[in-house]
Design a protein around this ligand. Structure first.
Ligand SMILES: Nc1nc2c(ncn2[C@@H]2O[C@H](COP(=O)(O)OP(=O)(O)OP(=O)(O)O)[C@@H](O)[C@H]2O)c(=O)[nH]1
Length: 302
């Protein structure tokens, strides 16, 4: 049985009862805090990732109204919006990934409704487009994102003129946040400079790196309920549930077998994406120093 950790509806404070068990399970229910803490089967290392799905409102029609807009201008808008959001989310210890630029995915543990509303308002005031935000939590990042996306889809289509600046979902109550809520894995291609960058033309290097990324992102999604994002160079950051060393070795082996790209990975845990991400980077440095393919920081730096 896995714990389902308590969350707060946006704008409301939850009580002290704790829900446990999957909603479909006969063991599901609500119990007081003291009993919840004593549940024998609860894995206290379980993650509780808070994910925000960000979607530019009615962007498709806007890009061709009144006629197709210059591509360079769209590229500028998208990259500036991402850069702004990286600061707005990052300064509050979250991480945001550009994914498709018109839709972005953020790890927002520590950002409450007010923080989301402020970010939304700031963008609405400064850009010719608005964006909708949907927040959800889950013991896996995939389930959290699934809920967040469903909430947004229920509010209307991405190309619905009337659906603007939606803000909905759930955040984690401060009192229930833990130093193990977020698990991030920072993957890196082994010796990318020597094998590819200094040997091949830039496009062929790009193909090698992207093939590694494509194989990894798909496998981590399907086998390990994780969301993996290319972040530049030869780096991929995966937002993971409570995976262990064997799971990471499994993913690395899969990528090696499928596309012959060799990876290493550093893993960190934290109350926020910022802490987990920094610990993951230190763990990756340990991989470089020891030659190990997988290093998991066992203590969070919090
Ligand atoms: N986004 C991001 N990019 C990075 C980071 N570290 C390195 N890079 C990028 O990755 C490229 C390759 O750097 P490395 O991964 O250090 O080089 P390498 O040749 O693969 O060497 P090893 O990683 O030690 O095997 C750099 O040019 C950067 O563009 C990081 O922490 N974040």
């Amino acid at each position: 049985m896995r714990c389902q950790l308590p969350t707060a509806k946006l704008g409301r404070v939850s009580g002290t009862r704790h829900r446990f068990g999957p909603a479909t399970s006969p063991f599901c229910g609500y119990i007081p805090t003291e009993q919840y803490l004593l549940l024998p089967n609860c894995r206290w290392t379980v993650t509780n990732t808070q994910i925000t799905h960000i979607q530019i409102d009615n962007y498709g029609p806007w890009t061709v109204t009144p006629e197709p807009r210059r591509e360079v201008d769209l590229q500028t808008l998208q990259s500036r919006l991402y850069a702004d959001l990286a600061q707005l989310v990052g300064n509050r210890d979250g991480y945001i990934f550009f994914s498709r630029f018109d839709n972005m995915i953020a790890v927002t543990n520590g950002l409450d409704e007010a923080a989301h509303a402020l970010i939304q308002e700031s963008v609405g005031n400064r850009y010719p487009v608005t964006m909708s935000l949907s927040v959800a939590t889950g013991t896996t990042p995939v389930s959290a994102l699934g809920t967040a996306t469903e909430q947004l889809q229920e509010a209307g289509s991405a190309q619905d003129k009337g659906r603007r600046e939606v803000l909905r979902g759930q955040t984690i109550d401060e009192e229930f946040r833990k130093p193990t809520d977020v698990q991030l894995a920072h993957f890196d291609v082994d010796d990318a400079t020597e094998k590819y960058t200094d040997q091949l033309n830039e496009f062929d290097t790009f193909i090698q790196i992207e093939q590694g990324y494509a194989a990894l992102m798909k496998y981590m999604r399907e086998a390990h309920n994780s969301l993996s994002f290319f972040v530049g160079g030869d780096n991929v950051i995966a937002v993971c549930p409570d995976l262990d060393e064997a799971d990471y070795h499994d993913a690395i082996s899969h990528v090696r077998e499928e596309v012959d790209v060799e990876l290493k990975v550093g893993v960190g845990r934290g109350r926020t994406a910022a802490t987990a991400g920094m610990d993951a980077k230190h763990a990756l440095e340990t991989c470089r120093a020891t030659g190990e393919a997988v290093t998991i920081e066992t203590e969070t730096s919090e």
